[in-house]
Design a protein around this ligand. Structure first.
Ligand SMILES: Nc1ncnc2c1ncn2[C@@H]1O[C@H](COP(=O)(O)OP(=O)(O)OP(=O)(O)O)[C@@H](O)[C@H]1O
Length: 278
């Protein structure tokens, strides 16, 4: 789809958005990030920020550096240059464990669930970092560990209700259709009660109906839980409809940043999507 084509497929999902959202101050500031793999420059001097409670999209053609940027945000990749300021703390790079502990959760381009485990158990794995009892206490199922397990199960069940997947809570994930697996993956990320949720192509491979559902859940997560969302998505209709601001990458460089309307009319962005040479 071209950048300036209107798309009303997601009106139904948007109708659920209260419209009363308040965007807060910057909570994540990526400054002059550069990342190379040998001779491949995946990211070159990229700066952008994410404000509390906003839906921030990262878009760009294939190989633009979008997933690399998410991997820098949650500490999978360490940039050679730049600085990351999260909750006022300045860092050269994030660390995966610290990122997860400090409220950054993520879903992946290719579903990363335990296929033989049930929906409920997969969502419970998202609670791991919240668990206080140690392995021995859990194995013996001692009083405090038991109480804790019950609390975590209640939380997991709340997420299952929220995502409307009660009917499949005991089904092994591998038996579910793709769209539902994506929803379970969202559930597992939500189980960590993240402050920032990184979504890597949450609608990839979905049909229109599944996309509408996913769109509605993303908007509801943002609205009801106040979760800040950073999402990579190739479907321009979705991006332009649900994002507050969009950053555009091309060949590892930032070529646009602004509201959907600003980005839609940015000539560099239009050229990148139409494949026009510089
Ligand atoms: N682990 C890695 N090792 C070597 N090169 C990598 C690695 N990860 C990414 N790259 C390279 O960095 C560049 C950016 O890749 P990245 O996956 O971030 O792009 P993308 O915008 O997410 O693409 P897509 O939309 O196709 O997923 C590409 O040239 C890619 O080959």
């Amino acid at each position: 789809m071209l950048m300036n084509e209107p798309d009303n497929r997601f009106e139904a999902a948007l109708a659920n958005d209260s419209g009363g959202r308040k965007i807060g101050p910057v909570i994540l500031d990526m400054q002059n990030i550069s990342l190379s793999f040998g001779g491949v420059r995946a990211l070159t001097d990229i700066s952008f920020n994410v404000k509390q409670h906003e839906i921030r999209a990262i878009i760009g053609p294939n190989g633009a550096g979008k997933s690399s940027m998410l991997n820098v945000i949650n500490g999978v990749y360490r940039p050679q240059q730049g600085e990351i300021i999260y909750r006022g703390q300045h860092r050269k790079n994030m660390d995966c464990y610290a990122a997860a502990k400090s409220g950054i959760a993520r879903t992946f381009q290719n579903i990363a669930l335990f296929k033989g485990m049930t929906v409920l158990d997969n969502i419970m794995t998202g609670r791991n970092l919240k668990m206080k009892s140690n392995f021995l206490m859990q194995a013996l199922y001692w009083g405090p560990a038991r109480r804790e397990e019950i609390e975590h199960r209640v939380k997991a069940e709340e997420i299952i209700d929220f995502l409307e997947i009660q009917a499949i809570r005991k089904t092994p994930v591998g038996r579910l259709p793709y769209g539902l697996q994506k929803r379970v993956e969202l559930g597992r990320a939500l189980a960590a009660e993240p402050e920032i949720l990184l979504l890597d192509e949450p609608m990839a491979g979905m049909n229109v109906e599944e996309k509408q559902d996913m769109c509605r859940f993303i908007l509801d997560v943002n609205d009801q839980f106040g979760t800040t969302i950073v999402l990579i998505e190739h479907d321009m209709g979705v991006v332009m409809d649900i994002s507050d601001r969009v950053v555009v990458l091309d060949y590892g460089k930032k070529i646009g940043d602004g509201t959907p309307d600003e980005v839609r009319t940015n000539q560099d962005v239009i050229n990148a999507y139409l494949g026009v040479a510089e």
